[in-house]
Design a protein. Structure first.
Lengths: 96, 294, 386
């Protein structure tokens, strides 16, 4: 499904502080449903190349997306296995 | 592995679960897991101490929920969670009792108990994971299976009319009725919170993928596809007519309506009501009437 | 745990219906929850408790059916209340499902079954004794049950108190297997003062809820685990699935054998302590009649008539149908020549008697509908005497 991004830019964009998140994964719990990957609003995640003991590929942060997580916690909410969560990291100002 | 992925041993929500039992038995992509997480978080946010929350279930995949929650939990017989929980709720009214079970358990074998607990307005929260089939036994037709959908016991397609659960719950007396999905988790958690804060019989239906039992025989593919279907076809309309809330997954043009549809007051089931002083009873009735007018 | 409240115990002499004596026995035992469904001939138990329970702060709920009634009393009991239901054959059949749940979860509760003629709707208003084997084996799977058989309104009271104590002591469902004649019979019932009513407390854990090592289904040497109630902070899990000492499901053969063997053994090994019976003129008897409930009253008369005719007859009246006083039968078999088993069914308890003796076991059977008269019993006593 194509991802549609809003073309509009909020007026206060320059002053908004967006939280940064760090992604934590519990690989052995993952069953590779891909919910976290497909529903991440920032497309931060991809499947791992390695598998866990049960043969599932778990989520990892995509190359180039190391700073992209905004700690919205949706991956943690939607994960059926409680195998992923984010921790709020140091806040960074949104580049103009 | 990307260097910015951190590996953890435990999830911050693990204290709410019997983490020594994880991973759970549910299939990859099952919608029960997220709905259970939302319930666990709602318990924390309810400001009701965890020791006062009780979870009761019947049989089936969703019946296993209480066994994974780190709380007083009762996994009872097929269909009988509601009368079991009713007794707990009236013996210890200080407890916040939630029945967490599936569509077959609550509405086929347990249907009679549901309508009577709703009629009485027992102080219970009933959460129904509706995945449109009997998952635990391998994908049989159930009371919510949409017309035409295939199941192992409906190999040519289901020829029975399914229940419209919010309509049923409202008609039989539930004071709070909501429907969300295992994708609409923030709204779902808010609905659970509202149910916990409210006295009386509340009902939250959670549409959830069962990729093995329901998805596969119905060309939905994997769980991602059903979750995507929820994202594309669900509309939120709290003022929708209750009799319009039927779900037909075959009709791609037809929306699936979500929302908190009912939020009213009625006198709460109290077996000792008639033993209380008349004034106390009247106040109770007046409160109910006032809110209904408002 | 509820203790006897003065206003709940109607101390004194009464002229009571058997069904009302069940209700008063329950109140005296501290029962504070009744979930039931109207059914003849047990309805008077519910009717009396609908009036009396609220008076003493207890809860009466008329549930939507007997499935719900049984589930409700198990739920009430896990919340800490002494709980009871009352029913008859068709309702008893519906209760079998959650009777098994109570056995598996080890939840104490009491079920009154006022037996009428069956199968199916049978004889709703008339007597039967044909649920004896259903009481023992009615729910699926292996379990042991305790079932008392009252023969008078006084026993309806006394055995109800005892049933609650046995249920709490062993963490089991306990049955009161009455019949329509006893339940609808009005006789003198003496209710003792509250302090004279025996009260056995449910075994409770020694450790508080803060102890992480607490195992809610770890039994002591008596094979009975202490019971924790909902809302006490122990975060317990109760399941009808095969489970381990933590209460967690473990679906393996070894775990199942370990659990079911304990559930059965906690009763079997204490059967000698639970078994009760009454005897009448058995000391020198050559023919022993074994009868229970209303039939035992006729049997007693038959024994008296036989004695008047010079036949050395006696009566063994099991007060516990289950566990059955089989060892007593075995002992009597060493010196009597035959057993006569009258019952309002076509041969149920007689099968149990046969397990404990190779002597002739002569049934006196009628499918039900009226109380067994003494005469046919006397005829078979004569026949047994030869």
């Amino acid at each position: 499904m194509p991802v549609i991004r809003s073309a509009r830019v909020p007026l206060d964009r320059a002053s908004v502080i967006v939280p940064a998140g760090r992604v934590y994964v519990i690989p052995q719990r993952c069953k590779e449903c891909r919910f976290c990957i497909d529903f991440c609003p920032k497309d931060v995640l991809v499947t791992s190349t390695e598998t866990n003991a049960k043969g599932y590929r778990y989520p990892v942060v995509a190359p180039g997306k190391e700073e992209a997580c905004v700690h919205c916690e949706f991956c943690s909410l939607v994960c059926p296995e409680y195998a992923i969560f984010t921790v709020e990291g140091p806040r960074a100002e949104v580049p103009a | 592995m990307s260097t910015s992925t951190f590996i953890a041993e435990r999830h911050p929500s693990d204290p709410l679960f019997r983490a020594d039992r994880l991973p759970h038995i549910w299939c990859p992509g099952c919608g029960i897991g997220p709905a259970m997480h939302a319930y666990a978080q709602a318990m924390v946010e309810s400001e009701i101490p965890l020791a006062r929350h009780v979870c009761v279930s019947g049989i089936g995949c969703t019946g296993r929920v209480p066994g994974y929650l780190n709380m007083d939990s009762y996994h009872t017989t097929h269909g009988r969670a509601i009368p079991f929980a009713t007794a707990i709720a009236i013996v210890k009214p200080e407890l916040e009792v939630t029945v967490y079970s599936g569509d077959g358990d609550l509405f086929a074998i347990g249907g009679n108990h549901f309508i009577h607990a709703a009629r009485r307005n027992v102080d219970l929260n009933v959460i129904c994971i509706n995945n449109f089939n009997y998952g635990m036994t391998g994908g049989q037709v159930g009371p919510t299976t949409p017309m035409g959908a295939r199941a192992t016991t409906a190999p040519f397609g289901n020829y029975e009319q399914p229940f419209n659960l919010p309509y049923l719950a409202a008609a039989t007396g539930a004071v709070f009725v909501a429907r969300w999905t295992s994708l609409h988790l923030r709204q779902l958690k808010q609905a659970f919170l509202r149910a916990m804060k409210k006295r009386g019989f509340t009902f939250v239906e959670v549409l959830a993928p069962c990729p093995v039992g329901f998805g596969r025989p119905n060309d939905i593919g994997d769980a991602m596809e059903e979750m995507t279907l929820y994202r594309e076809r669900c509309v939120v309309d709290a003022s929708a007519r209750l009799d319009s809330l039927d779900i037909d997954l075959r009709d791609k043009e037809r929306p699936i309506t979500l929302g908190n549809f009912v939020d009213i007051e009625r006198p709460v089931f109290d077996p000792l009501a008639m033993m209380r002083p008349a004034g106390e009873r009247e106040n109770h009735a007046a409160l109910a009437g006032k809110t209904q007018e408002g | 745990m509820t203790v006897a409240r003065a206003d709940a115990v109607l101390t004194g002499q009464h002229f009571f219906l058997g069904d009302h004596a069940f209700a008063e026995g329950a109140l005296a035992a501290g029962c504070r929850f009744f979930g039931g469904y109207p059914i003849t001939p047990s309805t008077e138990v519910a009717e009396r408790l609908a009036r009396r329970l609220p008076e003493v702060g207890g809860i009466f709920v008329q549930m939507e059916d007997e499935l719900a009634s049984m589930a409700a009393i198990v739920g009430a009991s896990v919340a800490g209340a002494r709980a009871m239901t009352a029913t008859s054959g068709p309702g008893f059949s519906l209760m079998m499902e959650n009777l098994g749940l109570a056995a598996m979860m080890e939840v104490p509760c009491v079920v009154v079954n006022v037996q009428r003629g069956g199968p199916s709707t049978g004889l709703p208003t008339l007597v039967g004794q044909a649920d004896v084997m259903q009481a023992r084996w009615g729910s699926h799977g292996d379990y042991e049950i305790v079932a008392y058989s009252p023969a008078s309104p006084q026993e309806c009271f006394d055995l109800t108190v005892k049933a609650f104590n046995t249920a709490d002591q062993f963490r089991i469902p306990v049955l009161l297997m009455a019949d329509e004649v006893v339940a609808h019979m009005t006789e003198r019932v003496t209710i003792p003062p509250p302090e004279a009513i025996p009260h056995v407390e449910r075994k409770r854990p020694g450790q508080g809820p803060g102890d992480n090592g607490f195992l809610p289904f770890k039994a002591d040497d008596d094979l009975i685990p202490p019971m924790v109630h909902a809302g006490e902070g122990y975060r317990v899990h109760f399941t009808g699935l095969t489970h381990d000492e933590r209460g967690y499901p473990v679906l393996t053969g070894p775990a199942h054998d370990r659990l079911v063997r304990r559930l059965v053994d906690k009763i079997r090994l204490k059967a000698w302590q639970i078994v009760e019976y009454e005897e009448y003129r058995v000391e020198d008897a050559r023919v022993v009649v074994i009868a229970y409930g209303s039939t035992a009253r006729s049997a007693r008369r038959a024994v008296t008539l036989a004695r008047e005719q010079g036949i050395p007859a006696g009566l063994l009246r099991p007060i516990t149908l289950w566990p059955f006083p089989g060892e007593r039968v075995r002992k009597l078999a060493e010196r009597v020549s035959a057993f006569v088993v009258p019952e309002l069914n076509l041969g149920q308890l007689s099968r149990e008697v046969e397990r404990f003796t190779s002597l002739p076991v002569l049934g006196v059977n009628h499918a039900g509908g009226a109380m067994m008269p003494p005469e046919p019993i006397l005829d078979v006593i004569r026949e047994a005497r030869g």
